[in-house]
Structure formats: structure tokens, C-alpha cells
Design a protein. Structure first.
Ligand SMILES: Nc1ncnc2c1ncn2[C@@H]1O[C@H](COP(=O)(O)OP(=O)(O)OP(=O)(O)O)[C@@H](O)[C@H]1O
Length: 672
């Protein structure tokens, strides 16, 4: 044994455990040795003195917790009864749960799959809202507030990250957003390095996180990044949902030891949901809560569980892993019923479990009266100022969106469309018979740069939602900072493709050879791109579902295209106003004005042969000898009579307004 760590309740010989594990695990990418143990200890000690959690330990207690969800078409008597009581059929997910977790300890929650462990953790981490939740949760004896939630870190079962960002950057952004604002940036980055070393992530620091589309770090490394990003913020309470899944046994044990040392040295309160811990990991836990079918089966010291079970007639063989044995019992119908009833019987005089947890909570017994009786307070509403939030999030969004918006596939796609347009409309002559080709190319480019940015934007908000929710729940930043940074970061990226496309296609298809007109045409295409991107954000924010927003948004875009003035010149009587609702009308109208409303636009008169059967030349009709002025064509082609500046102002106003509406929808939809 190298060293002993003493808690108030029991002595845990953390390092004696390590000696029984193979020093070098075959197939593991992990250095597991005495050297590693020393390193871990040094890293934790280095942060020990400056630890926020050490200064703000938090005692978490909960009692009488119930959670139910609406359920339709159920025939069970239980649901019928609750239906009568509440006027609604409800399904109970967890019932009458109580427990407590003290600073310096690890509480493990175990039970078979689907028994309600994650639900309980979600409730403790305030991730389910108030609907359907009954019971009391306290932090240092007070109800949790927005402020106290900042002291709670929740490491979810699913690791949620931006796939294109590297491990180090991911942790760096978290540190900059969530570490106290008075900590200098250098120290925040040092903290990132220390946390990466602690979780052995230094080797993969520059590797992107990845996902099922992008190859990145391994599953175990991603899990460690997830844990690192929570540990980094130095929380007083850490909730971890299956942190060891995807880790090999050596890594799982090392992680358990890191958590144990953090708990003891930094006075952290750790609650961990775990499926099947090895016996060494199991030994590290201080308290244990067993659940089955939404009920409690045991709450108390981990060291006492074997005796508790033995007294009920379930004696574990000394050579058998106790954790495995417990799960076997909880998966067996007869034994689980006995265990549920025994526990219910034990607390029958204490229906909410309040008295029971007083036995185990050290809140009233620990020495520091100031802390244990105080609510959890914080100095600022947010760790980073609004402008810091915007700048950090802009940098992060830019890094991620750069790979999404300007990916090779996207660039090839734009290049291919430019080639097709150049081939189809190569040097369209300024002749009467080619007027339709010219207006067709103008319309197509407007429509292309409506659909392309729309489809790119419509999915981003629903896809960011999980990350947004996770980070907003830990009060990392304001929603307005997120939305503003998204606009700033994506603005230059979204404009690059239409700009390149227009530069090439404009000159190859031989639109009006006038630089000023070209620039005006380009500005309209870019403004049109931003407007349709804004509509993408709007549909994404209002429906927050990729499939639904794409479906509804596509109908809107097709409607805008049909009303844009190219396909239908004369709408049915009474419906002519509809064209003013389409932003394409304004962009297309503007570009027609740019191309035709000038004396430079002259179109050679066509002959009866070149115009085709039955076509009468405009020159013959209006008495032009050689060429038709563009203004005459504009009269016939343009979708509205509006002057160019009105078209421009309306397009600009729609572009800005739709973003405000999108933000409002996002705000409404993400508000609890
Ligand atoms: N919002 C919900 N809607 C429908 N069912 C739900 C909801 N929340 C929880 N449940 C159900 O409640 C039960 C408990 O779920 P929970 O995720 O808490 O289980 P668990 O013990 O964490 O399982 P696992 O170990 O497999 O993750 C499951 O049967 C789940 O399907």
C-alpha cells in the first residue's frame, strides 16, 4: 500500500486496489503504473488549494421523489386509479425515492436497465423540469436556485460535442466559458492541460472529437473528454451517468480513483450511476443506492450492503463479485419483489424517507457551520461577460461551421452547379430570341441561392439543440450570446460560395458587361442568400426538429419560388398580392432591374426564322429597327412595379426581421 486516504466515515485504501490490477493492461492505450498514480496525486494536489468546491462543499438531499409521465391506453389498475385521481392516465417512472450525498463521498446508484437511475439523476440535475415531479431536493438544506445549479456538473450518458473541434479546443472553450471570470486566461488553459493529463488525454489533444460521420477520438476517449469538461469547471457536485461505459477495466478503475481523490481532497459530492462495476471499482464507493422497477431497494453504506442482503437470505459467495450478485438478484422476479417489499417495510413509518436520510446525511454533523447551513451562492449570473460569451462562441461556431459550410463536398457541389450553369448559358447573346434564356438564368441563380443556404441553415438550430440545452442547463452562456455568435460566425462562411459562384457564372454567361452592375447583382445574390438563411433559422427555431422544419420550410421555399414572378406573370384575380409575400419577388425584380434598366442593355431584333413558328418580333410590334431597349423587356418581365430601392429595402428588412423572429421562436421554445 502506497498511501492511505481517510474520510470521516471510513478509511479507503485507494492505492492498495491498484496493486491488484495488472500494471500494464494488454490492448489498453493507457499507461497504468505507480508513476501514473503519483502523477494523478500531484495533479489533484496542485488544484487542491485553489479548488472552488473545497470552499463550497454542497450537501445534496432528496426525499419523497416521484416522477410520472402521461400514458395513454393503459389497462393496469394502478394507472386507472391514478387516472381517476388526476383526471389523466399517468405512468409512474420512479416512486418514493430518497437519499443523500455528502461532500467527500461517492454515492453509487445501481440497478437493472430501465429501473429509473438516469431519471433520478436527471431530476437531481434539474434536467426534467417540474412536470410530473413530486418531492423535495435540497442543496445545503435549501431549495436549489439558478445560482446553485452552477455548482452542479452533469456528465450525461451520451457524450455531446461539436465533432469538428479538437479535444483541447473543446476543453478550452468550456474553461473560458465556465471557469470564474476572475481566473486569468492562462490559468484557465493550464487547468485544461492539467485535466487532460489527469484523464490521460494529452496524446489526443489535437484530435477532433468526431461522430458517426467524422472519424475522431475513440469512444473511451470521448467519454473521458465528457468527464474532463465537467471536472474542469471544478464543480461541488458531480453527477455522472455511466461514466465507465466504453472504458476498459483499468481505465474504469483509474477513473473511479480520480473521482475518489477529487471527492476527498476537493470536498466534491459525487453521485454516479453505474451498471456493472468491477469489484475494485465497487470497493471505492462510499454509499450505495439500489433501485429496481422505479423503487428503492437499498440505501446506505456500500460496506453494509452484503450484510443487509445476507440478513434477507441472499448471501453472496466470498469469491463472487458483489456488484454482479446484486444485479442478478435485481433481475430475478422473486428476489426483487422480496427486496422491494423489505425496503418498503423498513421505511414504512417514514413515507418520504426524510428521517432515513438524516441517518446518512452529514450536513448537520460536519464541523463547518457556515457552509453547511448556507445556501449556495455565486458572485455573477454568468462566469463570462456577454461579450466574452459572444467572442468565445463565435470562435467555436466558426471552427465547427467552417467544416460544415465549406466542406469539400459543399465546394464540389457549388463548383458542379457553376459548371452546369456556364455550359447551359454560355455567353448568352444579346438577341431578342435569347431574352428568355437570360431571364431564366437570372431567376435560376436567385432560386439556387435561396434553396442552398436555406437547406444549410434549417437543420443547424435543431442539431445544436442538444448541445445548447446541455450548456444552457449548466448556465454556460446566454441564449442571445449563442444566437448572435452564430450569426457572426456563419456570416462570412455563408457568403463565400455564392460570391465565387456569381463571379464565375456572371461573366461566363455574359450578363451585362458593366462592373458596377456586376457588383450590384452580386450584392443582391448575397442579400438573397442571407435572407433565405434567415428563413432556415426561422423554421429550425420554430419547429426544433430537422425533419419537420425541412418539410415545412421546403413548402414555403417552393411557394416563394412559384410566386417569384418567373413562372406565373398573372396570378388569379384576388391573389395578385401573394407575390409580395415572396422574398424571391424582390431579389428577382432587383436583378432584372440591374440587367435591363439601362441604356447599355440592347437586344438585337430577331428574324421570323430565329424566333420560331408563330412568334412575332417585339421590334415589329413596337417599331424598333435594330434593337430593343432593356427597359421595354423589363416592363414585360418584372414581377412588380416597385422601384429598385423599395425592392432593396424590403429584402434587407426581411433579412433582418426574420432573424429577430427566429431568435424569438428559439427563446420561446427553449424556455422551460
Ligand atoms: N420521458 C419518458 N417517456 C417515456 N418513458 C420514459 C421517460 N422517461 C423515462 N422513461 C422510462 O422510464 C424507465 C426508466 O428509464 P431510465 O432511463 O431512468 O432507466 P435507467 O435505469 O437509467 O436505464 P439504463 O440503465 O438502461 O440507462 C424506462 O423504462 C424508460 O423507458
Amino acid at each position: 500500500m502506497e498511501h492511505e486516504i481517510t474520510t470521516d466515515e471510513n478509511r479507503i485504501e485507494v492505492d492498495s486496489i491498484s496493486s491488484s490490477v495488472n500494471e500494464k493492461q494488454v490492448g489498453s492505450d493507457y499507461e497504468f503504473s505507480a508513476e501514473r498514480t503519483t502523477k494523478r496525486r500531484l495533479l489533484i494536489q496542485r488544484t487542491e488549494s485553489g479548488s472552488t468546491s473545497a470552499k463550497n462543499p454542497v450537501y445534496v438531499e432528496w426525499y419523497g421523489l416521484n416522477y410520472s409521465i402521461p400514458k395513454e391506453n393503459t389497462n393496469t389498475w394502478k394507472c386507472k386509479k391514478s387516472s381517476l385521481e388526476s383526471g389523466k392516465t399517468r405512468l409512474s417512472i420512479i416512486e418514493n425515492i430518497h437519499g443523500c450525498a455528502n461532500p467527500g463521498e461517492i454515492l453509487a446508484i445501481m440497478g437493472p436497465s430501465g429501473c429509473g437511475k438516469t431519471t433520478l439523476l436527471n431530476i437531481l440535475g434539474d434536467r426534467v423540469g417540474n412536470k410530473g415531479v413530486k418531492g423535495t431536493i435540497t442543496m445545503n438544506g435549501f431549495k436549489p436556485t439558478k445560482c446553485s445549479k452552477r455548482y452542479v456538473a452533469y456528465c450525461t450518458q451520451d457524450d455531446i460535442f461539436f465533432p469538428e473541434i479538437s479535444v483541447k479546443d473543446t476543453l478550452g472553450f468550456t474553461a473560458r466559458l465556465r471557469l470564474p471570470r476572475d481566473v486569468p486566461l492562462d490559468d484557465k488553459l493550464k487547468q485544461v492541460d492539467a485535466t487532460m493529463q489527469l484523464l490521460n488525454l494529452t496524446k489526443s489533444a489535437r484530435t477532433k472529437i468526431g461522430d458517426n460521420r467524422v472519424r475522431g477520438v475513440s469512444g473511451g476517449e470521448r467519454k473521458r473528454v465528457s468527464i474532463a469538461s465537467e471536472l474542469l469547471t471544478d464543480p461541488s457536485v458531480i453527477l455522472l451517468d455511466e461514466p465507465t461505459s466504453g472504458l476498459d477495466s483499468a481505465l474504469a478503475l483509474e477513473l473511479a480513483k480520480i473521482l475518489k481523490e477529487l471527492a476527498i481532497k476537493q470536498r466534491k459530492t459525487i453521485i454516479i450511476v453505474i451498471h456493472q462495476p468491477s469489484s475494485q471499482v465497487f470497493e471505492i464507493f462510499d454509499k450505495l443506492m439500489l433501485m429496481c422497477d422505479g423503487h428503492m431497494v437499498y440505501f446506505g453504506k456500500r460496506a453494509n450492503v452484503a450484510d443487509y442482503l445476507a440478513n434477507l437470505g441472499f448471501k453472496c459467495h466470498p469469491n463472487y463479485n458483489l456488484a454482479d450478485y446484486i444485479l442478478e438478484l435485481l433481475n430475478d422476479d422473486a428476489s426483487k419483489q422480496k427486496l422491494i417489499h423489505s425496503y418498503a417495510n423498513q421505511v414504512r413509518d417514514d413515507p418520504t424517507g426524510k428521517k432515513e436520510i438524516e441517518k446518512y446525511s452529514r450536513r448537520k454533523h460536519d464541523n463547518n457551520n457556515d457552509i453547511k447551513q448556507a445556501p449556495v451562492l455565486c458572485d455573477y449570473g454568468w462566469e463570462a461577460t456577454f461579450f466574452q460569451q459572444v467572442s468565445i462562441l463565435t470562435e467555436r461556431t466558426f471552427k465547427q461551421s467552417l467544416k460544415d459550410i465549406l466542406s469539400t463536398t459543399e465546394l464540389i457541389h457549388t463548383f458542379a452547379m457553376a459548371v452546369i450553369c456556364c455550359l447551359i448559358w454560355f455567353r448568352v447573346p444579346f438577341t431578342e430570341e435569347n431574352i428568355h434564356d437570360r431571364t431564366g438564368s437570372i431567376f435560376f441563380v436567385v432560386v439556387f441561392w435561396s434553396f442552398e443556404p436555406f437547406l444549410g441553415a434549417v437543420a443547424t438550430l435543431p442539431m445544436d439543440l442538444v448541445m445548447l440545452t446541455k450548456e444552457r442547463q449548466s448556465r454556460s452562456y446566454r441564449l442571445s450570446a449563442y444566437f448572435l455568435s452564430k450569426q457572426i460566425a456563419e456570416l462570412p462562411l455563408i457568403l463565400i460560395k455564392p460570391a465565387l459562384f456569381t463571379i464565375v457564372v456572371y461573366w461566363v454567361t455574359d450578363l451585362l458587361p458593366d462592373f458596377g452592375r456586376f457588383m450590384a447583382y452580386l450584392v443582391v445574390i448575397l442579400l438573397n442568400t442571407l435572407t433565405s438563411q434567415g428563413f432556415g433559422y426561422f423554421f429550425g427555431a420554430s419547429l426544433l426538429n430537422v425533419q419537420k422544419s425541412v418539410s415545412v420550410g421546403t413548402v414555403f421555399m417552393l411557394g416563394s419560388m412559384l410566386l417569384g414572378g418567373f413562372y406565373v406573370k398573372n396570378l388569379p384575380p384576388g391573389l395578385a398580392w401573394l407575390k409580395y409575400l415572396s422574398f424571391v419577388t424582390y431579389s428577382y425584380g432587383l436583378n432584372l432591374q440591374i440587367q435591363f434598366d439601362t441604356s447599355k442593355a440592347q437586344f438585337r431584333c430577331g428574324s421570323p426564322e430565329s424566333l420560331g413558328m408563330g412568334q412575332t418580333s417585339i421590334c415589329d410590334l413596337l417599331g424598333y429597327n435594330n434593337s430593343i431597349p432593356g427597359t421595354i423587356i423589363l416592363e414585360n418581365e418584372r414581377p412588380t412595379e416597385l422601384p429598385w430601392y423599395i425592392n432593396f429595402i424590403v429584402l434587407l428588412a426581411v433579412c433582418i426581421a426574420v432573424r429577430f423572429v427566429a431568435y424569438y421562436c428559439l427563446f420561446k421554445n427553449t424556455k422551460k
